[in-house]
Design a protein around this ligand. Structure first.
Ligand code: ADP
Ligand code: GLC
Length: 497
């Protein structure tokens, strides 16, 4: 914004692509800081150093040798390592503490969270704050994300040595909720372990039905709250979507904003994506047919240009509507289309999908695990892309799908509702219709939307092309959203509210 000074912003998160990723937060934590830096701000990021961080180890520089011995009642010494993001400018600080962070997974194994997650992420938060002092770099604002970094605002307001330190006093915090369904719940005893004052353990504080709720702490002690789409900002104030925290959010409604995520348009571009067997764009779609053929071959499906192929790339969780897939399984299998599904998560859903692939190997292919490369090939090779989420704060896969010419079939909720326009003939003619939305979270509503999409794909090719092109023509890059974050932070810093 003209006339405003550049800001110093610390972006604190538990995952950043490509270093560590379990979901959309990692993509956002890579793209948004770089977008804000392009706008002239001094943005720096901090995350844990897990075992495998997808970074060239030789490019990491150790900048702090000993940090954090006296954070808790027993010492945990750590180090800080630094690299820069793909833009060659945005610093990433890795907090290294082998005992806490060098685990097989980021948050838990075999469907169970690590029992000491409160300690692990409390350490991240305190080390990030301590690092600022060591660097003598005082940010104007800290952006915290989800329960893993929710303790930053809590500590800044409640831990005496931070609260009373002039270095920290003017720093504003923006707490971004990416997923209210994950709250970082722990037993009361955790309060002592992570050295939180006992008097915070009350309903007006960090207590939640007898347990400690880290996400709630972030919401209560931050200066501003954001979530990742406007629709979701409204939803989380309702009982249906608030996961028990809707009351807290209604009370703080004037501090809550919804800002839709964007995508990294360079990383995700079918015109030059190195992970694809062929390239294409809005005007020349021929390469997409080759991507579909190659995907069918790779997955052992019948190679058929006409048969619609539906893709899914998703965490296998109830949030993502896997319960609908389960309920509709027999009917889905009978549809005249193919399926390529990439997912990781609940064993229950893995078994369900494995059964589908076993019964119909020429029609359904399923891959479990996290595979960034296959994900790109699925977006490019699919005709349609299914996202039947129960709730979806923003969702990124609909953006990638549209950009790659795969038409989304999605539940009208959260960011899906804000970013996909129902493809009625009228809307398509106006250049707006981009997908097929359904309202009710029922297998019937989902099936109706899928059938409608398949019908248009097979019987109305001109309309289908127009829908595809409308999606590809959308600008989902960060430009507009980064500007909204910038404005929010500038107001917060200047007005102090
Ligand atoms: P969420 O963060 O709730 O999982 P999003 O749609 O915001 O949902 O982001 C999911 C991100 O993770 C997308 O970039 C998607 O492509 C990616 N993703 C999800 N599951 C997999 C997987 N099994 N393999 C590769 N990428 C995946
Ligand atoms: C969460 C949400 C998803 C959102 C992502 C990034 O994981 O489930 O909807 O896109 O965070 O904000």
């Amino acid at each position: 914004m003209k006339g405003w000074p550049a800001m110093r912003i610390l972006y604190c998160t538990s995952e950043i692509a490509p270093y560590a990723k379990t979901g959309g937060l990692a993509d956002v934590a890579s793209a948004l800081p770089q977008a804000l830096r392009r706008r002239g701000h001094d943005v720096r990021t901090v995350m844990p150093r897990y075992v495998h961080i997808g970074a060239d180890e030789r490019e990491l520089k150790r900048i702090v040798r000993r940090i954090g011995g006296d954070f808790f009642s027993r010492p945990y010494w750590g180090e800080v390592w630094e690299t820069v993001m793909a833009d060659g400018a945005t610093p990433v600080y890795f907090i290294a503490q082998p005992e806490l962070f060098e685990r097989k997974e980021l948050y838990g194994e075999d469907g169970r969270d690590y029992a000491d997650n409160h300690l692990r992420f409390a350490y991240l938060c305190l080390a990030a704050l301590e690092l600022l002092k060591r660097l003598n770099w005082r940010p104007d604002a800290i952006i915290c994300n989800d329960w893993q970094t929710a303790l930053i605002p809590v500590y800044l307001r409640n831990r005496a040595e931070l609260r009373d330190d002039p270095f920290f006093q003017s720093i504003k915090t923006l707490f971004v909720i990416h997923n209210i369904g994950y709250q970082g719940l722990c037993p009361r005893e955790a309060m002592r372990e992570i050295r939180l004052p006992d008097d915070l353990f009350q309903p007006a504080g960090i207590e939640f039905y007898g347990r400690l709720n880290l996400l709630k702490g972030g919401m209560i002690y931050c200066d501003r709250i954001a979530t990742v789409s406007e629709q979701h900002a409204r939803e989380i104030q309702t009982e249906e979507y608030g996961f028990g925290l809707d009351g807290v959010l209604r009370e703080r409604a004037e501090l809550l904003s919804g800002i839709m995520n964007g995508i990294d348009g360079e990383e995700w571009n079918p015109a030059d994506d190195e992970l694809l067997p062929a390239h294409y764009n809005l005007k020349r779609l021929a390469g997409k047919a080759k991507c579909k053929r190659t995907l069918q071959q790779e997955c052992g499906l019948a190679v058929d240009a006409e048969l619609p192929l539906i893709g899914m790339v998703t965490r296998l969780a109830t949030q993502k509507g896997l319960d609908l897939i389960e309920a509709a399984m027999a009917r889905l299998e009978r549809l005249r289309c193919q399926w390529v599904i990439l997912g990781s998560g609940d064993k229950l859903y893995e078994d369900l999908l494995a059964g589908m692939a076993r019964r119909r190997p020429r029609q359904c292919y399923v891959r479990f695990g996290f595979d960034e490369q296959l994900a790109h090939r699925i977006f490019a090779g699919s005709d349609a892309f299914l996202i039947p989420s129960r709730y979806e704060p923003c969702g990124l896969t609909q953006f990638y799908a549209m950009r790659y010419g795969a038409v989304p079939v999605a539940r009208r909720t959260g960011g899906l509702a804000d970013s996909i326009v129902q493809a009625t003939e009228k809307a398509v003619a106006k250049g707006q219709g981009t997908g097929f939305l359904f309202n009710a979270h029922t297998p019937e509503a989902m099936l109706t939307a899928i059938r409608k999409a398949l019908k248009v794909k097979t019987q109305e090719p001109i309309l289908w092309r127009a829908i595809q092109r409308n999606g590809m023509a959308q600008d989902f890059t960060w430009t507009a959203s980064a500007e909204r974050y910038e404005r929010l932070l500038q107001l917060l810093i200047s007005r102090g509210a």
